[in-house]
Ligand binder design. Structure first.
Ligand code: PRE
Length: 396
């Protein structure tokens, strides 16, 4: 693959251009050290603009519409890495090593999601913020970090699915990071079996996708006798199948991913149940002020002493006040995962220690909810309110 490396000494910016890859010739711009002034008036934008004009034949109106084209007005230009396809520009997922020099200013809200373009998480982000600039991140951790480092304004991350259950990684990350839950969104996930054009179902030996998506399509994939391989996200699986021109491998992903990466849809709605809904959390640096004007939900995490009935007692603080619980999840307390045996005979640790994540249907502005948390705090060894936010009711 021919790669042109264009270096600007003035700016110390490296622009790597790989035009031979016709589905996504790529421009990488690594230039976080450059002050913004230069972005607006200096050499770099001209360089970037001239490269864009060679590859991007879309009209200005189209670029504005898809929102992903390199935007010379954008403060992100000198901070992000972009994949530029002939018609459409694909932002390259941010990684943890990404520079943090940019600020999230500008009129459009910048929303991080995990995966690449066409991931369900991107659709969920756009469902909540239709005009947002959706920013792909390689990993869930990266999405948390980009909010913390002011690279973006929000993150939209999956927390549970109606078929596959909880996304444990994000429960763990909620505690490791100091972001606040400011909302939730439910998104109906409709999986398709995708393959390259000309490939038939009978030709397939394996299928790639996100582990959650593979779990949600367990019955269909078993019937088809396909070997499953887990990758970071559904759209990434589709991208890989397309770029590698695989003929014995399909992907489980969205119809949006099929059109972005030019794949054929071999089967639609292959999830085990037609009601396949993923709940995503919206995370921000600052909490929202809880209200009582509409239904609110509160998410907390706590740990307890070991002993009979302690969890029962913890949950009773809500039951006593008629507060409905919508979710409970336990995760190992990683910093102190085991507690020493109290019988002292074996010398081995006896108990596992847990964190309990509970969602309850009340706003922290409600005195009843405040009293419940105060009561819980009397005997919990640790308690943190992760957020109090409006309940997402409609699936539309
Ligand atoms: O891979 C994607 O497309 C995602 O957005 C991730 C994810 C998940 O983590 O659960 C989101 C929704 C679906 O349930 C399947 C996968």
């Amino acid at each position: 693959m021919a790669t042109f490396l264009i270096k600007s000494l003035v700016s110390q910016t490296t622009v790597k251009h790989s035009p031979s890859d016709h589905t996504s010739s790529r421009i990488e711009i690594k230039s976080a050290l450059i002050p913004m002034k230069r972005c607006r008036s200096g050499k770099i934008p001209v360089l970037a603009a001239s490269i864009r004009s060679e590859n991007d034949h879309s009209t200005e109106a189209q670029k504005k519409k898809n929102g992903n084209a390199i935007n010379l007005q954008s403060s992100l230009l000198l901070d992000a890495e972009y994949d530029v396809a002939s018609k459409d520009a694909h932002p390259r997922p941010l990684s943890s090593t990404h520079s943090s020099n940019s600020v999230s200013n500008g009129p459009r809200l910048r929303v991080a999601y995990q995966g690449v373009r066409g991931a369900y998480s991107e659709s969920a982000a756009q469902k909540v913020y239709p005009n947002c600039e959706a920013v792909p991140c390689e990993q869930f951790d990266t999405a948390f970090e980009t909010v913390e480092r002011w690279l973006v304004d929000r993150a939209v991350l999956p927390i549970e699915n109606s078929l596959g259950g909880s996304i444990h990684r994000n429960y763990d990350l909620l505690l490791r990071h100091r972001l606040h839950i400011v909302g939730e969104v439910k998104y109906a996930v409709r999986h398709c079996l995708l393959a390259n054009h000309g490939v038939k179902v009978e030709d397939l030996k394996r299928v790639l996708s996100h582990p959650q998506a593979l779990a949600q399509c367990e019955n269909t994939l078993t019937k088809l006798g396909l070997v499953r391989e887990a990758v970071d996200d559904t759209a990434g699986a589709a991208k890989h199948v397309a770029l590698q021109k695989l003929e014995d491998t399909g992907a489980v992903a969205s119809s949006a991913a099929a059109s972005i990466y030019g794949l054929n849809i071999l089967a639609e709605d292959i999830q085990d149940d037609s009601d396949n809904v993923t709940r995503f959390l919206i995370l921000a640096r600052e909490p929202i002020i809880p209200g009582t004007d509409r239904p609110f939900k509160t998410s907390i995490v706590f740990s307890l002493e070991e002993g009979p009935g302690v969890l029962f007692k913890a949950l009773a603080v809500f039951a006593l006040r008629q507060i409905n619980l919508t979710k409970i999840e336990s995760r190992p307390l990683r910093k102190q995962p085991l507690r020493a045996s109290d019988d002292g005979n074996s010398g081995l640790p006896k108990y596992f220690d847990y964190l309990f994540y509970v969602d309850f249907e009340a706003s922290m502005a409600d005195e009843n909810a405040q009293n419940a948390c105060r009561h819980l705090k009397e005997f919990a060894t640790f308690l943190r309110v992760l957020g109090s936010y409006p309940v997402h009711t409609s699936m539309m």
